[in-house]
Write a protein of this length. Sequence first.
Lengths: 356, 641
Amino acid sequence: MTAEATPALVEGAAGPGSTGRAAGRAPRAGASASYLRYVAGRLGGAAVSLLAVLVTSFFLFRLIPGDPVKFMTGGRPVSAQQIAVYRKEFGLDLPLWHQFTDYCGKALTGDLGTSYQFRAPVLDKITEALPNTLLLTVTAFVLYTALGIFLGTRSAWRNGGAGDRLHTGLALTLYSIPSFWLGLLLIIVLSVGVGPVPGLFPTGGMESGGTEGFAYVLDVAHHLVLPVLTLVAVEYGQTLLVTRSALLDEMGSDYLTTARAKGLRDDLVRRRHAVPNALLPTVTLIFVNLGRTVAGVILVETVFSWPGLGGLFYQALSVPDLPLVQGLFFVFAAAVILMNTLADLLYPLLDPRVGR
Amino acid sequence: MKTHDQHGRGRSRRPGRSRLLAAVGATALVLSAGLTTPPASAAPRAATVADARAAQGTAGAQDSAGSKGSKGSKVLTVAVAQSVDSLSPFLAVRLLSTSIHRLMYEYLTNYDPKDGHVIPGLATSWQSSPDKLTWTYTIRNNSRWSDGQQATAEDAAWTFRKMMTDQGAATANGSFVANFSEVSAPSPTRLVIRLKKPQATMTALDVPIVPKHVWEKVGDFSKFNNDKSFPIVGNGPFVLTAYKPDSYVRLRANTSFWRGAPKFDELVFRYYKDQDAAVAALRKGEVSFVAGSPSLTPAQAASLKGQKNIHVNDAPGRRFYALATNPGARARNGKKFGDGDPSLLDQRVRHALFMAVDRRTVVGKVFQGHAVEGQGYVPPRFATYFWKPSAGQELRYDPAGAARLLDEAGYRRNADGKRVGKDGKPLNYRLLCHATDPNDKAVGKYLQEWWGKLGIGVTVDCLDNVTDPWLAGKYDLAFDGWSVNPDPDFVLSIHTCGALPATPKDTGATDDFICDRTYDQLYARQLAEYDPAARAKVVKQMESRLYDLGYMNVMAYPNAVEAYRTDRIRSITTMPSAAGNIYGQDGYWSWWSAVPANSGDSSGGGTPSGVIIGIVAGVVVLVGLAGFLALRRRATADDRE
């Protein structure tokens, strides 16, 4: 799935900006026709990927060892007749190909089946947890992307300087810290409080419960601080480093010398000339990250008891709750495919050399 | 970003920047607005809660929807990790859900917190007919559903009949009614159950009785989760008022509960998926109680011990931790399967293996003292059924004796010091271990050492999924453990021949493929014995038989290690009351009996001032960051120009 985006990444990163942007301009009519062809190709590719995911998700999880009925009835008195009823109810008594066609047919109509363990439609379970996950991951995403690009650009522009060394070092350190460990540390320091530091934030969960309206929004925001902080700390380094290295590639380019020779302020040379040309790899990364936001962040969600999709996926896998696992896998994969397709569609607009 | 903009210098600079800022800000706003709005159903839900309280005119009516706005409301917050599988008593099987059902609904009988003997619940008394096949229960007339209606024998009869006739309703508790032939309610206070054959567990029917007038409207019992409209009508000590998956379960005290109202106004189960985070929440005071699943780790207990206002309850648990031996897996139709080592069929080998296990080290080093050395099958907290081996019978830790037994059985050491069988192959056992259980791994290491000294090799197979090799009989030894109920029928039944799978392809209720005639005869006898003392005697004989067979060797009874805040909870009933656990009791004793400490409001979660401080801190950080960036940027421009 991510491989689809890689050619663009390579193209964007490797293409030296020395030709300048103006060189990329082409006659309008021809450009739009080729863009349409490009779009059609990408959309077709995405559709094929989605179908492949649909099929894979069915067979992949049937390889997990473990019988859901055995798991669910383990440890309590259940008659053989009742086990048979379970199998029939879950459709596990049917031959595999029959189960598969049932699954595909239902999936195409938007029915992802019923969760074994929760006895509720998979779609309901997903839509219940998805907003919680998105609130956490998208907030963190916006912050770490902005922070990563901002610091990455500055590091590259003054590379070798004290700021660069500090930011790159700090980013690498945080990037290599396990998120659950950092999360626990933050809980101990900022939530429980150590010494003079008071316990400012809740230890976990998304809400205290029993609040409404604006108080509810505040309450959720209060609960959001630590998990977002953890995610931002762990994730921004990636964006920083990619932005930094892409911009470093541009640094020696002639067009920047030209721009400076025109008497442009250094700040403008960076923002108007260097950064736009260096941004493609970062855009790729942004969309990859955006696709991942849906999948949730299982470790951070667990440490902060955030009721999101990551935790749901873990619970589904441990049974295995086949319909729920399949449904979640499909949604996760679809989000990544969608975002990569979106990125692909955007590249030609950002850089006319792509998609030709 | 067009080229000719480049000459726009200072003019275009600010707009460009503010556009970016505005875009980011707008995105953030849209996201937070779209995502943080409470679900549409939350408001009406809260309204119904408030309405119900107002209608009932109870003490609870004075507090607002939440713990926060109500200073006078006493809230008991409990940290939990397990997700609710279903709030329908017909579907729920997980410990958290069934414990909550105990609080929401009355059962026919309950267990005395002191020693676990059966006491009245919804039924005030019961008697069996001389032929042992008819049980008549007198239903109390002072139990009301939370919507004001009287709870009657008809509610109980309907609940049981539904489970007998509807497969969906039999999902969780169907086994309780499997032996019922007919259930009727001749009067509102009389419930009559006819059995197919005698059943001594008729006073241990752990089935929540639901209100017929509410539940008869349910269509598909296999899909109805009872989690859409609140408060949920019940007659237990608490009424469930709100539930949000993996966030919280809120219950309000039922002030008209027949046994007396709980002392706390509200009981909240809050989710802490990480046990260290839950312990941190207790330390902070966000929650008043932490149980851990299944128990706090020795490290966590040690860190909490001696802390101000925190009490660690290290109590005898209800579980046993055993070493199971594969007796040769087989099905009821006589077919053998699996690949258990044949040498284990020799009782002397099984005894020798267990005699080489130093239980004291297991308790001291692995459980770090938070366990009791294993003896009989039923843990000592169930005093009625607890049995321990006599002096002559006991398989004491005795490696030299173990070596002698192995020699006797014909498994002598070869030149390499390995024990070899008649086929000349050295003994090497596969030990099945749960990868998720650190105790299994630690004990596995010890067993490798101890049995290694005897000349027996051990391969420890730690798997995420032990169920598959286990049910297929593809193991030699395995770590095993069960939580025991006040009525031990279930843990005894899983070692009968009747529990074996019908064919090798089926799944049986059997735990370890044990099938022993003597044991089975005793099992049948205790099931038909209605005199509690006589039945206990038979159960002890069964335990003795099981011990001698050597297929189930209990190494330890792990303690239940829990902790609570004494500045929130002044007193709480443990079960057994002398020394026992609090979370996951048989009955509602702990939460029903908990007495709030005088230190005032014990609302869960951050206090409003905490919220304000937090937000102010956040804003300060953001403003500081923005200011810093702005300054930096200006400096950059000036430097270069």
